[in-house]
Design a protein around this ligand. Structure first.
Ligand code: IPE
Ligand code: IPE
Ligand code: MG
Length: 254
């Protein structure tokens, strides 16, 4: 990988030319982190970083589509992010609404199919309504599936799945012995595109922060110190090049 990038520097080949287009990860997940630190380094308030991060998302979605990624799942707000100061939380919520207003048409033109995942019932009713309308507007699109995780937590997702399974058993629709891996998978927000191939986390921290716990069982992980607002198509290509250099064994042998 390093050699390939080094050679590229000498020859000025576009980074995308190094990609094996037959081995693009199908499902990429991104923890969009580092907005606050990015802003702080510029002497600006954290909100400035969130605003810049929203613009990054549009660029990365378009780049992901161009590269042939089929499913992109991004972490926008976690079940734990409510712990932040109320001003910051309201700003992020307002930003999501604005984001839809400004970018929906363009995402639609790119044939993106938008889907929100997480427990949306805790959001303001008008925001829930905007989310539903945006999903409906793009329901027939056939391009990149974009899952935006809002009030998402991997543990909450699994807990809700377990509750629904228990209800099915209680009502007699199934028996306890029917509960297997497939049955659990069907109750996940990302179903039927559950398996993540590549997880990307910018912002220097190396942890999963309650994201897609089930879905990441065999994901390849890629971390970078670049903060989310500075993330570009080339950063995405770098991550995919690293992915393409990995040997995935899924517990088997080579
Ligand atoms: C990620 O950036 C965005 C959200 C969690 C909503 P942060 O706000 O966590 O930025 P840092 O990690 O503090 O720099
Ligand atoms: C994860 O980032 C959540 C999102 C990016 C939406 P955090 O900044 O909340 O994660 P921690 O607190 O550093 O683990
Ligand atoms: Mg963070």
């Amino acid at each position: 990988m390093i050699n390939r990038i080094f050679r590229r520097k000498k020859e000025e080949t576009p980074l995308t030319d190094l990609l094996d287009m037959n081995n693009i990860p199908r499902h990429v997940a991104i923890i969009m982190d580092g907005n606050g630190r990015w802003a702080k380094r510029k002497g600006m308030p954290r909100a400035y970083g969130h605003h810049a991060g929203a613009n990054t998302l549009k660029r990365v979605v378009i780049a992901a589509g161009e590269l042939g990624i089929k499913v992109l799942t991004v972490y926008a707000f976690s079940t734990e992010n409510w712990k932040r100061p109320v001003d910051e939380v309201s700003y992020i919520m307002k930003l999501m609404e604005e984001y839809l207003g400004t970018n929906l048409l363009e995402l639609n033109e790119h044939n993106v199919k938008l889907h929100f995942i997480g427990d949306l019932s805790r959001l303001q009713p008008n925001l829930q309504q905007e989310f539903r309308e945006a999903e409906a507007d793009m329901a027939d699109n056939t391009g990149l599936i974009l899952n935006v995780a809002v009030n998402y937590g991997g543990r909450l997702e699994l807990t809700q799945a377990m509750r629904r399974l228990a209800e099915d058993v209680e009502s007699g629709r199934m028996t306890a012995s029917d509960i297997d891996v497939d049955a659990v998978s069907k109750y996940l927000y990302t179903n039927p595109e559950n398996d993540v191939d590549l997880l990307i986390r910018p912002g220097a921290d190396k942890r999963v922060s309650n994201f897609l716990l089930w879905q990441m069982a065999y994901a390849e992980f890629w971390f970078t110190d670049i903060c989310w607002p500075d993330f570009t198509k080339d950063t995405l290509v770098d991550a995919i090049l690293s992915f393409q250099g990995r040997e995935r064994r899924f517990g088997g042998l080579k």
